[in-house]
Design a binder for this molecule. Structure first.
Ligand code: MG
Length: 397
């Protein structure tokens, strides 16, 4: 009998030049018989994007930043012959709906990926989602778009990939609790009073994962874990009290699902994003991984510690945000993005990040946006208020 091989999945990668993008390229390169890269996009690094497009023979290329788009257009020889270059948000949306694509991996920083993600789902493309802000901001809209078109929504964040894998084959009603793990970030062992002295240079050193500066600061404040709890609540249809986090310094166990009978399932793999990325891209198939698996012939110790909400106020604020619902997740995310950018620009101290977020959550506590334009307006309003709060703080110093 002549069995033809399964067709290759055609992948669009939005956010190709960042750390998730780099890991995704390694996964795709390792499985040339299963995956084909058909489009790439980045924010502004057009030279790196041109090198990626050339290495993978990709002829659909997008640049979000208009200046970078113009620079790239001025250097057509840097790209493979016949490249179609698109720019701005409209360009990313176009790539997300590319007829010659099966799955779109969205790994652009912040909320820029929201419209492309929705466009992919509306066009019936499976969506591998690495940008957690998208579900935090507009989770219900993303889930509704997936349900309507029948496209799959596949988490790329390591914790959500872990929950997804543990839940497969188990009825929703049998889930008691989902616990995601947190490495504790750069300052997990610092005394609380020393946190007043944290500089941007300290905060971008992560003990286990290599990531961009924004997400590394979010790991240090645990805002990252807060966003992930909100994301898990949405993605898996859980109540706020079913979503918890625990400190696990080794980042080997990524999530634990507890069932009503008290049994727990956990997912383990080394802290490399290639594992969840490959799971999302090949789902439901499995294939040899890019990085080595855990080796039990070597000593492996797994520690779990309760997380302290006094030390990590962003975690308490995330819990309050999940309970409040409505527009609170969008406000939490927007205020945090502004506060982190201000910290990285040396405008506010590290410990002011949660204070700014709490203040803006209080100011916008009654917001309940009815539709997507209202959510985007609330996102902008939260950013505006956070910026003005930070300016006022500076003038008080
Ligand atoms: Mg994560």
């Amino acid at each position: 009998m002549n069995i033809s091989p399964a067709p290759r999945k055609r992948v669009v990668l939005l956010g190709a030049t960042g750390s998730i993008g780099e890991s995704t390229l390694r996964v795709i390169a390792a499985h040339p018989d299963k995956l084909e890269l058909v489009a790439v996009a980045a924010r502004g690094n057009w030279e790196k994007l041109a090198a990626i497009a050339s290495a993978h023979g990709v002829r659909h290329v997008g640049l979000f930043d208009e200046k970078a788009f113009a620079a790239a257009r001025a250097h057509p020889a840097a790209f493979p012959a016949g490249t179609r270059l698109v720019g701005g948000l409209a360009g990313l949306v176009e790539l997300a709906q590319l007829p010659a694509a099966d799955i779109v991996l969205v790994a652009v920083v912040g909320t820029t990926g929201l419209e492309p993600a929705l466009a992919a789902l509306n066009a019936g493309k499976d969506l591998a989602l690495a940008s957690k802000e998208i579900l935090v901001l507009a989770g219900q809209h993303v889930l509704a778009a997936a349900a309507k078109s029948g496209a799959k929504l596949l988490p790329v964040d390591s914790e959500h990939s872990a929950v997804f894998q543990c839940l497969e084959g188990n009825p929703h009603a049998s889930v008691r609790r989902v616990t995601i793990t947190a490495s504790g970030g750069a300052f997990r062992d610092w005394p609380v009073d020393r946190l007043t002295t944290v500089t941007p240079a300290d905060a971008v050193k992560h003990p286990n994962w290599s990531m961009g500066p924004k997400i590394t600061v979010d790991s240090a404040t645990l805002a990252n874990k807060g966003l992930e709890l909100i994301e898990a609540q949405c993605l898996f249809g859980l109540r706020p009290e079913q979503c918890t986090a625990v400190m696990h310094p080794q980042s080997i166990v990524h999530a634990i699902v507890e069932f009503t009978d008290g049994s727990m399932l956990a997912q383990l793999c080394p802290p490399s994003m290639t594992f969840p990325i490959q799971h999302a891209l090949l789902h439901p198939a499995r294939a040899p991984g890019v990085d080595a698996a855990l080796d039990f012939r070597k000593l492996l110790t797994l520690d779990f510690r309760p997380l302290d909400e006094v030390r990590f106020p962003m975690l308490r604020l995330a819990r309050e945000t999940m309970t409040a619902g409505g527009g609170a997740p969008a406000v939490y995310n927007a205020a945090n993005e502004v506060a982190v950018a201000s910290f990285l620009a040396h405008q506010i101290p590290f410990l002011a990040i949660p204070r700014v977020v709490e203040h803006i959550l209080g100011q916008l506590s009654r917001s309940a946006p009815a539709d997507l334009p209202a959510i985007l307006a609330l996102d902008q309003e939260a950013r505006r208020l956070a910026k003005s709060e930070i300016e006022n703080r500076e003038s008080r110093i």
